[in-house]
Design a protein around this ligand. Structure first.
Ligand code: NAD
Ligand code: IPM
Ligand code: MN
Length: 374
């Protein structure tokens, strides 16, 4: 029996809808396997800005700091009228959590479920065998540049020489590259032992350094093969031959863009989970932040139409990486697969002959499968 404290930050748009299903899955695991999870809920994003003046208050941040893990929904979608370059933005909650907790490695597994091959925009024969993990660098690069002291501060727009210009800087230190690359090689060693490092070394200095560091780290892992791939070529190959990839490691912005692209292999952006990890340890593993890859999806919010799979699978990653509960994590993943194999679909994946259900009902079906496990 394990005891754990988890802070739940549902956030904006569909964030609360999908987080509620992840919480239901955690509660079902707690009951079925005899654990005790203490859940604290906090405000982030638009509600936090309205109630507390910033996207995440110090008090909420402190609650996170006292937890074993953070379960995050989504933030974003400030109405255009309220968008001020110097005002608080909901996304700043994420930047603060990522930067101040040192979550430098963002794991985004992409494994198209066979039951959903038909829902993908790719032909089923392209998807066969596709099973990859992105390791996205999360705490440096263009997102932070030289503005480390104010995480997420809007980049500078300035007047110079009689014209208006804006600047973002892509800065990586050797240490920032090495620590995330080591995570990728370690993960690959437990999988198909193949790392693809993605960069733009034909143009960017930071990518030239990135390649040098990858080659040096690779020398410590003789059992893992590695290759370098330019990011534009990678974008193409992900769609052409996705089964060739095992572990893909890349810098912050490339990883953001490539994972939204890769989500289409699974049929929907709503399917992808993520784990953001640093160095702090918990009793069962590492302190981490777990969230679906998608955003607040304002176009479908409040309609019980959001796909909760990314959020529920993020809870599975939480059980695995922060609480050390591998059996329970696998049970959640299998429960999700069972529901899909039984022909249930949320509206984004609807297919002929399938039963379309809402977010809540899909979450209930997952719980039902968890409760029914022998
Ligand atoms: P989005 O991911 O919110 O939505 C993109 C498209 O995917 C929309 O058509 C949406 O309906 C669909 N979609 C997203 N999640 C879905 C789900 N669970 N089920 C079914 N369909 C889903 O991206 P966007 O529209 O570019 O961004 C909206 C806001 O979200 C922005 O403010 C952005 O900054 C923010 N955002 C936040 C996070 C986060 O909190 N981690 C991630 C990405 C974007
Ligand atoms: C993600 C999101 C965020 C990012 C946004 C909301 C700042 O797109 O987590 O993928 O770009 O990191
Ligand atoms: Mn993104």
């Amino acid at each position: 029996m394990s005891e754990a404290t988890i802070t739940v930050l549902p956030g904006d748009g569909v964030g609360p809808e999908v987080s509620a299903q992840a919480v239901k899955a955690l509660r079902a695991v707690e009951k079925r396997y005899g654990h005790t999870f203490t859940l604290h809920e906090g405000l982030v994003g638009l509600d936090a800005i309205a109630a507390e003046g910033s996207a995440i208050s110090d008090a909420t941040f402190e609650t996170c700091a006292q937890s074993d893990a953070i379960l995050f929904g989504a933030v974003g979608a400030l109405p255009a009228a309220e968008h001020r370059a110097d005002g608080p933005r909901p996304e700043q909650a994420l930047f603060r959590l990522r930067k101040e907790f040192g979550f430098f490695a963002n794991l985004r597994p992409v494994r198209p479920a066979e039951a959903l091959y038909e829902a993908s925009s790719l032909k089923p024969e392209c998807l066969k065998g596709a099973d990859m993990v992105f390791v996205r660098e999360l705490s440096a690069g263009l997102y932070y540049g030289h503005m480390e002291t104010v995480p997420g501060k809007p980049s500078e727009i300035r007047q110079r020489g009689g014209r208006t210009e804006a600047v973002d800087t892509l800065l990586y230190t050797e240490e920032e590259i090495e620590r995330v690359v080591r995570v990728a090689f370690d993960i690959a060693a437990g999988r198909r032992a193949r790392v693809t490092s993605v960069d733009k070394a034909n143009v960017l200095s930071s990518s030239v350094l990135w390649r040098q560091v990858v080659d040096r780290v690779a020398a410590d892992h003789p059992g893992v093969t590695h290759e370098h791939m330019l990011v534009d070529a990678c974008a193409m190959r992900l769609i052409r031959t996705p089964a060739e990839f095992d572990v893909i490691v890349t810098e912050n912005l490339f990883g953001d863009i490539l994972t939204d692209e890769a989500s289409m292999l699974t049929g929907s952006i709503g399917m992808l989970p993520s784990a953001s990890l640093g160095v702090r340890r918990t009793a069962g593993g590492r302190f981490g932040l777990y969230e679906p890859v998608h955003g607040s999806a304002p176009d479908i919010a409040g309609q019980d139409a959001a796909n909760p799979v990314g959020a529920v699978l993020s809870a599975a990653l939480l059980l695995r990486h922060s609480l050390g509960l591998e059996r329970e994590a696998a049970a959640v993943e299998e429960a999700v697969e069972d529901v899909m194999r039984d022909g249930y679909r949320v509206p984004d994946l609807h297919d002929e002959g399938c039963t379309v259900v809402g977010t809540e009902e899909f979450g209930r079906l997952i719980v039902h499968r968890l409760e029914a496990r022998p």
